[in-house]
Design a protein around this ligand. Structure first.
Ligand code: HPA
Ligand code: ZN
Length: 326
């Protein structure tokens, strides 16, 4: 049996996907031309040559400047719609997509412009592709807690379009506790909560403890460093928290997929699942990540099916719909 075909055909939820991380070089050129923006790189190859990341910081230094080609609501729609069509080909039937409003509002794009473009693509995915698509608003952790709170206030009129809030960008010196008040308010407003606990960060274990005990998250993005700490593994299991792991992304920011850690956690009964993170930058969409992990760790169809089941169990689908998939 062909494991690649199985991985693509497996119905799955994607829970760790940054919309801004789906910007392929071809679309970047199209949007730049549309908006009269001059890019330093002239060919797709030249753009890809800048993707020589060695860690999270060097990735973010390429990632954020690229977003300036996104200006109008149509641009945001076209970005998300291109991703959703790729997702359909990869067996995705449900997706909870991160977006970084502050990466746009900080350069003058109105919140309403970006959210209305993204929302239009999400509705279209349901109608034309049969994919349920939700949005998760991420705060940038290297900006202030005050700016995050102001962004949350700006988002409240669009509450029906946003399933949860998250935290991304540079983790160093920006611990979860910095955003305790913002996340407490978001929880009171009815949002689900998640936060990035990136791979091999300084203070990773303490940050993971904070997201569980002080923030009270519903899920953890990455978080695989819990393997170092049996007590945290037990806590994550007891609370049924999902860990949204991203093998190919890991191999860019740490030179390893962390496949042993992911598989170990799965076999210990932790709700880990597989995601693509920033597929345009790491060259792998979600089914490609299933295949890469299977090859690296020698997994078979049963393990991949378990990972897909975990993706639905850790999702924020309403209870009745979640059960329909597992
Ligand atoms: N970590 C932190 N910030 C990010 C990531 C990530 O995995 N992807 C996009 N922004
Ligand atoms: Zn991420």
């Amino acid at each position: 049996p062909d494991l690649t075909a199985f991985a693509f055909g497996l119905p799955k939820a994607e829970l760790h996907l940054h919309l801004e991380g789906t910007l392929e070089p071809e679309l970047k050129f199209e949007l730049a031309a549309r908006n009269g923006i001059d890019l330093p790189e002239k060919t797709v190859e030249e753009v890809k040559a800048t993707y020589n990341f060695t860690d999270l910081t060097s990735f973010l230094q390429v990632y954020y400047p690229a977003m300036r080609v996104l200006v109008t609501a149509d641009d945001f729609h076209d970005l998300a719609w291109a991703y959703l069509q790729r997702a359909a080909e990869q067996g995705v039937v449900h997706v909870e997509m991160f977006f970084d409003p502050q990466a746009h509002t900080s350069r003058g794009v109105p919140f309403e412009t970006l959210i209305s473009g993204y929302r239009r693509a999400a509705v279209r995915a349901q109608d034309e592709l049969g994919i349920s698509a939700e949005l998760i608003l991420c705060f940038l952790r290297d900006f202030s807690a005050e700016y995050a709170m102001a962004t949350l206030m700006e988002a409240l009129p669009y509450k029906q379009w946003i399933v949860g809030v998250g935290l991304d960008s540079d983790e160093r010196d920006n611990p979860p506790s910095k955003f305790a008040a913002v996340f407490a308010r978001a929880k009171a407003e009815g949002f689900f909560l998640t936060m990035h606990c990136d791979i091999d960060q300084v203070g990773s274990i303490e940050n993971i403890r904070q997201v569980i005990e002080e923030i009270g998250v519903d899920r953890i993005d990455h978080g695989t460093n819990i393997v170092e700490n049996d007590a945290l593994v037990e806590l994550v299991k007891a609370k049924g928290l999902g860990l949204t792991t991203c093998p190919v992304s890991n191999s860019f920011v740490t030179e390893q997929m962390k496949s042993d850690e992911i598989v170990d956690l799965m076999h210990r009964g932790v709700r880990v699942m597989i995601n693509s993170d920033d597929p345009a930058y790491f060259g792998a969409y979600v089914a490609d990540n299933y295949v890469a992990l299977a090859e690296q760790a020698g997994l078979g169809a049963a393990d991949l099916a378990q990972l897909a089941i975990n993706s639905f169990e850790a999702s924020w689908l309403p209870a009745g719909r979640r059960e329909a998939y597992v």
